[in-house]
Design a protein around this ligand. Structure first.
Ligand code: ATP
Ligand code: MG
Length: 403
């Protein structure tokens, strides 16, 4: 009999009326995620998605399952996942299959318990009876084991469902959150730093599909700096799905700023101009929010007054998922999602190239608007938008799934 993967939705199951569209989006994202590594059959029933590998031999099927698991771990909307053995829906078959199937885990632990879940209440044995009888069989087969119902090393679960029964021994926590795409599109302002990739990950987790936008200032910023940012997009793709990446040439605007505007306003004006350009790219891409990696008080441009001056330019909400987080908390996530090592590579960012010596820490909006109105940036903004380049980053590339 076959081994498959069972996925549980978690929070998704609470979505009532929208549930079908949430499930469909999750299934679509999963198919998209796996289609380059092989053939799988998909089914859904009772808040569970069933993924069956399609190959001729048991080894090939096992290899498909091995390849799928780490990828599924990065799909938002999945609360838990496990590999499970499919059994016929009778206790004799469950008992027959349990011992060989659990051979890979049970010899290596000391304590266990059996849990039974009967989605099909017509099954002739009640849950406690299934647990007792299967527990007895496993104790006999694996003399190293004792039962511990409170803190077992391993919980063996038997699920009695619509058409079959399933046995599994290691339920793993999934990425959680909501399926990417169910919350609409957001435009991420992606620098090469530690924070903005983490911000992208957090908003993708809440169901936003992410489009990334990066500002560069060649020759002050190098080709390698851009490649680093592209690497970050690649690292995010397994979580966020395939992503469009826009790169905005920002040199001219920065040079005019430096020439025409008081130095202390430089950072805040630059951020307002970035925001104006971002509005245009967001509108072209049906994005209804801008996402940044700002955290309150982290640097001069992230005081409340400075944030107020930047927000004033935006017609759509600016989401700042890191606003209340400490750097150490942000770094922890960056390490977990594997963007940290890339983020700390020492390449310059357009923001750091033109940093004023004494930036205004508490800029007043009227003042900033007055300074900005002395220079007409509209033609420069049009030009920057016109010369923006676009690249698509496929989800599969990051994990070497190129078909
Ligand atoms: P990060 O670690 O994300 O670079 P930071 O702590 O260095 O953030 P800033 O440089 O002030 O802080 O940038 C704040 C936010 O502005 C970034 O998180 C990002 O969303 C956006 N940003 C900064 N520089 C760029 C850029 N060159 N292109 C696109 N967005 C940028
Ligand atoms: Mg930065």
């Amino acid at each position: 009999m076959q081994e498959i993967i069972l996925l549980k939705y978690g929070e998704l199951a609470l979505k009532g009326m929208n549930r079908n569209s949430f499930e469909d989006m999750l299934l679509r994202n999963i198919r998209h995620r796996l289609k380059h590594i092989g053939s799988y059959a998909y089914a859904k029933a009772q808040s569970t998605i069933y993924i069956t590998p399609c190959a001729d031999t048991e080894e090939a099927c096992a290899a498909l399952l091995d390849a799928a698991m780490p990828r599924l771990h990065k799909v938002f909307g999945i609360a838990a996942l496990c590999r499970a053995r499919v059994c016929e829906k009778n206790f004799a078959d469950i008992a027959k299959q349990a011992v060989p199937y659990l051979q890979e885990v049970l010899p290596y632990v000391k304590t266990f318990k059996v849990e039974a879940k009967r989605a099909d209440k017509a099954f002739p044995m009640k849950s406690p009876q299934i647990c007792t009888e299967l527990g007895g069989i496993l104790l006999e087969a694996f003399p190293n084991l004792t039962v511990d119902v409170h803190e077992p090393d391993i919980t063996v679960t038997v699920e009695i469902r619509d058409t079959n029964a399933y046995i599994h021994a290691a339920k793993l926590k999934g990425a959680g959150g909501l399926p990417v795409g169910t919350a609409g599109n957001g435009l991420l302002l992606l620098s090469g730093g530690i924070d903005s990739p983490v911000a992208a990950w957090m908003m993708a987790k809440r169901g936003l599909r992410i489009t990334a936008c990066h500002f560069e200032s060649p020759p002050y910023t190098s080709e390698r700096a851009r490649m680093k940012v592209e690497k970050l997009v690649e690292k995010l793709a397994p979580w966020c799905g395939s992503m469009a990446f826009y790169c905005v040439p920002f040199t001219e605007i920065q040079e005019v700023l430096r020439r025409e505007c008081p130095e202390e306003y430089f950072t805040i004006l630059m951020r307002r101009l970035m925001m104006e350009i971002a509005q245009r790219i967001a509108a072209q891409n049906d994005c209804y929010a801008i996402i940044t990696g700002e955290s309150l008080g982290q640097v001069a441009s992230q005081t409340l007054q400075a944030i107020n001056c930047t927000d004033a330019v935006s017609k759509i909400p600016v989401l700042r998922p890191l606003i209340g987080m400490d750097k150490t908390e942000i770094v922890d996530i960056a390490r977990r999602i594997d963007t940290y090592e890339t983020s700390i590579l020492p390449y310059e960012d357009c923001c750091t190239v033109f940093t004023p010596r004494h930036p205004k820490l508490r800029p007043r909006l009227e003042e900033v608007e007055a300074v900005q109105s002395a220079v007409d940036f509209s033609a420069l903004i049009d030009e920057a938008v016109k010369n923006t380049t676009k690249k698509i980053f496929a989800q599969r590339v990051a994990e070497g799934d190129e078909a």
